[in-house]
Design a protein around this ligand. Sequence first.
Ligand code: TTP
Ligand code: MN
Ligand code: MN
Ligand code: MN
Length: 371
Amino acid sequence: EQQGVEAPVFSAASYACQRSTPQPGHNTLLTDSLAVLAESAELNGDEGRAVAFRRSEALLRSLDRRVQGVAELRGLPCLGEHSRRVIQDVLDNGKSSEVEETKSSSRYKAMKVLTGIFGVGVKTAKRWFTEGICSLAQLETSGHTLNPAQQAGLKYYADLNQPVTRDEADAISVTVEEAVCSVLPGAQVTLAGGFRRGKTSGHDVDFLITHPDEGKEEGLVHKVTACLESRGVLLYHQTTRNTYQESPEGAGRPRSNMDRFERCFSILKLVQDPVQVEADQTDSGCRPWRAVRVDLVVSPISQFAFALLGWTGSKLFEREMRRWAVHEKSMSLSSHALYDNNQKRYLTASSEEEIFAHLGLEYVSPSGRNA
Ligand code: TTP
Ligand code: MN
Ligand code: MN
Ligand code: MN
């Protein structure tokens, strides 16, 4: 490039749901750094700060080429002073001192280990860390009583912290589809979550289940888990029934990220390919299976498009869509429905495309929702 000529300026819309965000993007050094600070804020229970870093991370991931200098970022939304400082540091020095300090802090390391246990949230981990518990060994000798989820989390810790591959997700899909169709013929199983967004690995596998005849899906989770159990592949499960009908979300209800579908947080036993097991034997012992976290969610067909949109994520993309709905359209979006506060009525949809259209947004395909 010629000297003195101003670098081309990027442009980007301010809500993540107005743009396409690929994975991993062209600025991984920057986005990985911001992700550490976002995660650290999450582990501190500082949601406002966490979301601010997540937004800058997503903005940079949506850019169509590599950033060479901070000047190129002038005028872009979502980048606060703090994020810009971190970006500058990484561009100048190849890394950010704040990120390096964060990663090596004993608090961050301990909180990562403890929240890495399935069933342990930030609050519990914080309490334990305050008591001086920093490792699994210390937790095990602390005398704390663990709930069933946490016991399973500890038991399968190594497996559950090893990312699930796309092949493993496909193998789990076969198991889940077989179980679902044997207990309710005609039911439809859709892979959701990160794998639907095209990610090549994930921390779990998410499935959304429905049936074309409204009502047939009721109580399905229980039948499916019973089937998986009889096949000897259910290592842990916690089922929650559907509570949406009891108290549908009216206009003024507080919005929460948790929906009210019938669902099951489970751990399944994935029997591995014998060839693969032989290859892995040296480091993973001789066990011919591994534990995998699986989420099963059941939606009535009338809410399916909303459920699919909600369970495809990413979490930030969903959050941004809801923020857009409220602030720009005076609508309330959830994984169950879309309510128009001006017209005082629900807007129905049978596809994700229709929901984007109701919201006045250009359609973003799942692979573009990696905000
Ligand atoms: P996750 O499985 O947590 O995340 P992910 O699939 O995007 O990534 P990972 O590879 O780490 O698994 O959640 C998937 C989506 O489900 C996410 O957009 C949020 C949504 N979700 C709800 O809508 N309600 C809930 O109660 C939960 C737990 C998740
Ligand atoms: Mn997932
Ligand atoms: Mn996750
Ligand atoms: Mn999940």
